[in-house]
Design a binder for this molecule. Structure first.
Ligand code: GLN
Length: 485
């Protein structure tokens, strides 16, 4: 019987003849069918996956060397272009549209032998925290189906959580990989800004967006990062300097003192659940007990980061989403009109969902003459201050420890009573996107309400090596069963 622990272990099983790619693909297709009510996928590429599996098995039989992702079954958030496959961004406005090219990051995975099993459900245009803003219906958290899986990459998270694929990719503009990873009890990495090419990722807020990775362990996530972070001349914001980073070679901090900091204002924040606070404090104490340095420091800008995030991202979104006019691609209204402007209005009013409309209007407002200085410029100044603070922090510390989210996964409907409440819950994740640093959520804890939650680690810009090392070290300490085999 096929079972999955790590990619390395799967490859060993393939080499030993204990399993085949065809068997792995069938295992996931069966699981997807058995758990179709979770609604994690918008489309499943069954025939293609079966065909590619047969081809890869044939290559192995012929004695070909295994590529890094030979037969690795992945799922992709439906905001990542895959040539000749439909892409919806979970929005009606893209009805019937197929990608004209493949996103560079995805192409790199395919080149290494990965098999895409399907497109995952998400919040419309990646805007949301619960996966309830999807034109394709909500996604259920497999650990408790009355609870949200998180968002916006909820489908990608549940695909890994519920054993519907081995690893998956999503996008993280303000927490959309780390937060659902926290709610679903898996690993979720947001690399630093510019680490992975955004070419072929549908834009929400271009100066924040980054492709992220979900997995069951840190090693698999590191492997995907290593592959996807190869340079791409199609994305001018990519970091290209320096040699290829050895993301998969862990040198756990044995003997090395790591300097951690914890923000006092985070730990004391009134929105933070008691148990989460206790577990984060205990982890800090444990690390200090192991000889690492842990300091609680002031971070006075905490209350500004959510407003700054929502001003800047909605401003960028209002511009990025202007291309969906119903003429070049996507939904076109049947309502008759001779007025071109009314035609655009009809297409966009019918095609976009509530939350996307709210953000386009908010973004248009903060950019409008008369309000630009009061909102947009001010938010940019906060972003600058945050960036300066980050530079200062990483002069003295190697990593920041934080909860990923203030509370565990809520029930459906709860977060939607008040959108501002939902926005405020992004308080611990948007910091990394505003400053461009990498962050990871590792599933270390279980709440007395039976839901999982994670610890978030952040390191300096371009320092994913340290980030993954620390994450792997903590996973080994807390979850030895999930250790790379
Ligand atoms: N919850 C955040 C938002 O709605 C994060 C979204 C994201 O990272 N794509 O903007």
């Amino acid at each position: 019987m096929f079972s999955f622990s790590t990619i390395a272990n799967y490859h060993q099983q393939l080499k030993d003849g204990n399993t085949s790619v065809a068997e792995a693909v069938q295992y996931y297709l069966n699981n997807i069918k058995g758990k179709v009510h979770l609604n994690a996928f918008i489309e499943v590429f069954e025939a293609e996956a079966v065909e590619k599996a047969a081809l890869l098995d044939e290559q192995l039989r012929a004695g070909k060397e295994l590529k890094k992702l030979h037969g690795v079954v992945i799922a992709i958030k439906d905001v990542i272009c895959y040539k000749d496959h439909k892409i919806t961004a979970a929005s009606k406005i893209l009805n019937g549209f197929s990608s004209l090219y493949t996103a560079t990051a995805l192409q790199y995975l395919l080149d290494e032998g990965a098999i895409v099993i399907g497109n995952c459900n998400c919040d419309e245009f990646a805007m949301g925290s619960t996966n309830e803003n999807s034109a394709y219906g909500k996604v259920l958290n497999a650990l408790d189906e009355t609870k949200v899986p998180g968002g916006s990459s909820g489908g990608s998270a549940v695909a890994v959580q519920a054993d519907l694929c081995m690893v998956s990719i999503g996008s993280d503009t303000g927490g959309s990989v780390r937060q659902p990873a926290d709610f679903c009890g898996i690993v979720g990495l947001k690399p630093g800004y510019g680490r992975i090419s955004r070419y072929g990722l549908l834009a929400y807020a271009s100066s924040f967006d980054q492709i992220g990775i979900f997995g069951k362990n840190v090693t698999d996530v590191a492997l995907l990062l290593e592959i996807m972070s190869a340079p791409d001349k199609m994305d001018s914001t990519m970091q290209k300097d320096g040699p290829a980073e050895p993301f998969t070679s862990f040198h756990p901090a044995a003997g090395k003192k790591i300097r951690f900091c914890v923000f006092k204002q985070v730990i004391e924040h009134p929105s933070l659940d008691e148990e989460i606070r206790d577990r984060i404090n205990e982890s800090a104490t444990k690390l200090a007990g192991q000889g690492h340095i842990v300091e609680y420091i002031d971070f006075n800008l905490l209350d500004y980061i959510v407003p700054a995030y929502y001003v800047l991202t909605t401003a960028e979104a209002s511009s990025n989403l202007s291309r969906y006019d119903g003429i070049r691609f996507g939904h076109r209204s049947d309502k008759a009109t001779e007025d071109l402007e009314q035609f655009y209005k009809n297409n966009r009013s019918e095609g976009f969902g509530m939350e996307v409309k709210r953000r386009i209007m908010l973004g248009t407002f903060v950019l409008s003459t008369g309000y630009y200085d009061a909102y947009y410029s001010k938010a940019q100044k906060i972003r600058r201050l945050l960036s300066d603070q980050v530079t200062g922090i990483f002069k003295n510390f190697d990593a920041i420890l934080m909860p990923t989210v203030p509370a565990t996964a809520p029930e459906f409907g709860a977060a939607h009573q008040d959108p501002i409440e939902m926005y405020l819950a992004d308080i611990f994740t948007v910091f990394a996107n505003l400053t461009g640093i990498p962050g990871i959520s590792v599933p270390l804890f279980s709440h007395s309400n039976n839901m999982p939650f994670g610890l978030q680690i952040m390191t300096n810009k371009q320092d994913e090596v340290h980030l993954l090392n620390i994450a792997d070290m903590l996973m080994q300490q807390y979850k030895p069963a999930l250790r790379n085999k």
